[in-house]
Design a protein around this ligand. Structure first.
Ligand code: BG6
Length: 299
């Protein structure tokens, strides 16, 4: 296993982050009234964790393209970009008075990245652990020297690919009703799918699901009988709901058998169109994921 950082909160929660891909591979948090922290993220038992392939699970960071590249500057990049398959750096862990712990991982162009992608950038990925919540922030700085805009603006997509540990066939995701979305199971490229309107009060993933909701409300709940996770976001206007079910999951080499029954991906991001950041400027996308306690759970 390549180098990793593990943060332990004084109240029992913990987070484990691989420098490879800045991928969060474990987040353990207690439920209210219980002291034993439970795992909240799914990682496939057959995930590759030697740094040769993005990890199948946890929270991979998607940048600068979502899915197969569609921007001409991204044409040499792999699906979901290079952030999840590059090795990041980090320095210190900061602890605040309430016991919350933060670490910042950084990524700047390496020779391997520059061979595929010519833009100048600096990424900071800030992970903050609370007792019942975990926040991730991606700071995208355009470090190109030019002051001209837009020619040197950095155009990118970004997304947090959350694999939430959950009984997939019992999960409902809200509130997405009346939101427009693109159903990627009906098209190989999201851009070519026809926009639909979500009619369901709660979105389930009982069949193969790969839906991109655009301009969504940015605050979601993923609930199931007996559990739930809330996701609050900022500057992440879109959200992807993905579960391959056996139809697509059984064809993935690094997906454990039946793994699709153990998670739902609820992935906030900026993935419809491209976000732009001018030279010298920084864009920040953020999410806070938290355990929903018993009193608020739906059945
Ligand atoms: C989702 C995409 O975000 O990630 C899906 O919408 C894709 O189309 C899935 O299949 C997994 O991608 P990958 O590259 O990790 O297999």
């Amino acid at each position: 296993m390549p180098a990793e950082i593990i943060l332990h909160h004084p109240k029992g929660s913990s987070v484990q982050i691989m420098l490879y891909g800045a991928t969060i591979v474990s987040w353990r948090s207690p439920s209210e009234g219980r002291s034993d922290p439970a795992e909240r993220l799914f990682v496939s038992a057959t995930a590759i964790t030697d740094g040769s392939k993005p990890v199948r699970g946890g929270i991979p960071v998607v940048f600068p393209c979502f899915g197969p590249p569609t921007h001409r500057e991204h044409s040499n990049l792999p699906q979901h970009g290079f952030a999840r398959s590059s090795t990041w750096s980090w320095d210190d862990v900061i602890k605040d008075e309430g016991g919350r712990l933060s670490v910042t991982l950084t990524l700047a162009p390496t020779a391997a990245i520059t061979a595929l992608y010519k833009r100048q950038f600096h990424l900071s990925f800030v992970v903050t652990l609370g007792e019942f919540d975990l926040s991730t922030e991606l700071h995208v700085k355009n470090t190109s020297g030019s002051t001209e805009y837009p020619p040197d603006s950095l155009e990118f997509q970004a997304l947090f690919h959350n694999y939430i540990l959950a009984p997939a066939n019992d999960v409902l995701i809200t509130p997405l009703q009346n939101n427009s979305y693109f159903d990627k199971t009906e098209s190989t490229e999201e851009g070519r799918a026809t926009a639909k309107i979500e009619t369901r009060a709660g979105v389930d993933v009982r069949k193969f699901t790969d839906s991109v909701y655009e301009n969504a409300c940015q605050n979601y709940e993923v609930t199931w009988p007996g559990g739930g996770i809330g996701i609050k976001t900022a500057n992440m206007k879109d959200v992807v709901v993905w579960n391959p079910q056996a139809e697509a999951g059984s064809k993935m080499g690094d997906m454990e058998k039946g793994g699709w029954e153990k998670f739902v991906c609820c992935e906030p991001g900026y993935v419809r169109g491209f976000e732009r950041v001018a030279p010298g400027m920084t864009w920040v996308g953020k999410q806070v994921i938290s355990v929903i306690h018993a009193a608020r759970r739906h059945q």
